[in-house]
Write a protein that binds this ligand. Sequence first.
Ligand SMILES: NC(=O)c1ccc[n+]([C@@H]2O[C@H](COP(=O)([O-])OP(=O)(O)OC[C@H]3O[C@@H](n4cnc5c(N)ncnc54)[C@H](O)[C@@H]3O)[C@@H](O)[C@H]2O)c1
Length: 250
Amino acid sequence: MRLANKVALISGAAQGLGAAMAFRFAEEGAIVFIGDLKADIGNQAVGEIHKKGGKAFFVALDVTSEQSWINALAAVVKETGRLDILVNNAGINIREPIEEMKAENFDAMLAVNVKGPFLGIKHAIPLLRKGGGGSIINMSSVCGLIGHAFTPEAYTVTKGAVTLLTKTIAVRYAKDNIRCNSIHPSTVETELVAERLKDPRFRAERLGEVPLGRLATAADVANAALFLVSDEAAFLNGVALPVDGGATAD
Ligand SMILES: NC(=O)c1ccc[n+]([C@@H]2O[C@H](COP(=O)([O-])OP(=O)(O)OC[C@H]3O[C@@H](n4cnc5c(N)ncnc54)[C@H](O)[C@@H]3O)[C@@H](O)[C@H]2O)c1
């Protein structure tokens, strides 16, 4: 088992990519905490992990609230006494192009996509350090690496911020044996984009930008995340890893 007895908190893990990572980490022996706003489906995901013999808990988490991070991490420590892995995965996309975007919607995206990981890292670092080190993954996007004609500017702004938050944490906390890397998926068929992918033009545009000629799967992303948090990636720090079938290589 590649993550035997490692304790992982994954934000936004009730569904989508977060849930896929939770399932994959649990298969490899991790004790997984699913942190999310959605207790109902979060607890269902926990139930599915238990059915397969894995260890998981749901913990209420609103990543935009500092107190919520403090409470969630306290719950993790109360249950297990430690934290080894933090995945900042929760993210939203309010699809308004810059000329139409309401300022309050921009603030909402910054709060979830940027302030969320910032606060999570702030409060996880002391716990990771106490345990002798650990691993942080921040979920960015291909939109955190390149300008993207089909994606609203605000999303790109937030995901670009995550890319450099990752690198600065990687540099500053390497001395504590804390690694920090980001993942940059191209379009994955999850709730976040499911509605839009019903539009054949949108689907064709998305497929057209991937040299490997298919959309990413949640499993593609979960396997990349598993590698990054495992000991096999012990010398990977500050990496911005595209999981995009070559889209950003073009
Ligand atoms: N789906 C894609 O195509 C794609 C591509 C690149 C990057 N991403 C990124 O991957 C991450 C996960 O995306 P997804 O497609 O699984 O999304 P999703 O919408 O399916 O799931 C997001 C989860 O985050 C939770 N969440 C939202 N706001 C929260 C908050 N304030 N506090 C705690 N939890 C909150 C939601 O309840 C939900 O469970 C996001 O950061 C997204 O930007 C997704």
